[in-house]
Write a protein that binds this ligand. Structure first.
Ligand code: PLP
Length: 409
């Protein structure tokens, strides 16, 4: 059989760096030679003849046929993200939750078991625990930081370990290499949700993770414009296990959203460094404020996994800082936290993160509001907790904004 005809790649010198890849990976330009990537808003693609169509549908020739399967703009985004993560493959999805759905549908079947950190994003707990639970996939939720709990939760039918690091909103850091070892010793896969660091700071594949989950909605877009997601991993597994599900299930990313994320990734490295530096300054300021009981930020020496975080995250803490106000009862804590949010005049009161605009939110009543009180307690999300996703605002304006609320408590 002749070699399968593949789509061409961008020609870059061997070994170019992360920042260059973030700007240039993708498909070669069209015949017009555009320097900025084109946006291909087309649902289908025309074949030169019927025999070519047949070959393309039989998967004997790699080409674009229908945008539910693939699209040039979406593929450019996929290739760029894979290059940044250091994986051979990537498949884009309509949202970050769509990425986790595609991963689970592609890898798991009824009777399989998943071990997942209990500190992951609230919707992830709902999706794995409740939704996939209804389809016969059981999940055990364990400590984010105690590898022994992961090992103890393993069963003969455990197929997938799912972690997120740092977590939302408490920024707990897990040891990716240690979890990869637990997974691989049992013949299971490790998936890591890399939203908070992005590949600019952390490449989970380097520490042994098999699959990397992204919400492109966050730092990849970086300016709070679109919903998008992706799974990165070995090309062979993406082709054999995820793509067939994507073709049938249609969790597809729109070309327009892919284009926004693609252009966002061009500034990812500088944004992540600048926002991390701002976040560290804000975290240090918060730690010194008398109305603050505790600050959660991996870049602070007081963070329980500070050393591990610095090792895994290129020496930076990323841009999310959470802190707890002081108070005696849940009611009082909530009132104090609400007072800080409501005093903000610069920070946007919104639950999104990853934006260049600093955002402030109250996880217990918003992003984690759908969890039961018991699940919330287990995840350590108290009523006094406030999450800041630090952007590119002047640090002095962010701290002045927080002082308006904190000084009044
Ligand atoms: C936002 C987020 C998701 C979900 O992404 P969507 O694009 O909103 O579906 C998953 N994991 C983490 C850590 C997130 O912050």
């Amino acid at each position: 059989m002749s070699e399968k005809k593949r789509l061409p790649r961008v020609e870059l010198p061997e070994g170019v760096g992360l920042s260059t890849r973030a700007l240039r990976e993708g498909l070669p330009p069209s015949q017009w030679g555009e320097n900025s990537e084109a946006l291909y808003l087309t649902s289908s693609f025309v074949y030169p003849d019927a025999a070519t169509a047949a070959r393309r549908f039989a998967d004997e020739e790699e080409a674009f046929t229908y945008s539910r399967f693939s699209n040039p703009t979406v593929m450019m985004m996929e290739r760029r993200l894979a290059a940044l993560e250091g994986t051979s493959g990537c498949i884009a999805t309509a949202s970050g939750m769509g990425a986790i759905t595609l991963l689970a549908m592609g890898l798991l079947r009824a009777g399989d078991h998943v071990v997942c950190s209990r500190s992951v994003f609230g919707s992830t707990i709902k999706l794995l625990g409740d939704v996939f639970g209804r389809f016969g996939v059981e999940s055990t939720f364990v400590s984010q930081t105690d590898v022994g709990e992961w090992r103890a939760a393993m069963r003969p039918n455990t197929r997938l370990l799912f972690a997120e690091s740092p977590t939302n909103p408490l920024t707990e850091v897990c040891d990716i290499a240690a979890l990869a070892e637990v997974a691989h010793a049992a013949g299971a896969w490790l998936a890591v949700d890399n939203c908070f660091c992005s590949p600019a700071l952390q490449q989970p594949a380097k520490w042994g993770a098999d699959f990397i989950i992204h919400s492109g909605t966050k730092y990849l877009d970086g300016q709070g414009r679109v919903i998008a997601g992706a799974v990165c991993g070995p090309e062979e597994l993406i082709q054999s296990k995820l793509l067939p599900v994507q073709r049938s299930a249609g969790l597809t990313l729109s070309p327009f959203n892919a284009w926004v994320v693609l252009k966002g990734m061009e500034t990812l490295v500088v944004r992540m460094k600048a926002q991390s530096a701002n976040a560290l300054a804000v975290a240090q300021w918060l730690e010194a404020h008398p109305a603050v009981a505790r600050v959660h930020y991996p870049g602070l020496a007081s963070h329980p996994q500070h050393a591990l975080a610095m090792k895994q995250q290129s020496g930076l803490g990323a841009a999310v800082v959470s802190f707890e106000v002081k108070g005696d009862s849940p009611e009082q804590l909530r009132a104090q936290a609400f007072a800080v949010l409501d005093a903000a005049q610069v920070c946007s009161r919104t639950t999104n993160l990853g934006d260049t605009k600093t955002t402030i939110s109250h996880p217990a009543t918003t992003s984690h509001g759908r969890l039961s009180e018991a699940q919330r307690q287990a995840a350590g999300i108290g009523q006094g907790l406030i999450r800041l996703a630090v952007g590119l605002d002047d640090v002095a304006d962010i701290t002045a904004d927080l002082a308006r609320g904190l000084d009044s408590l």
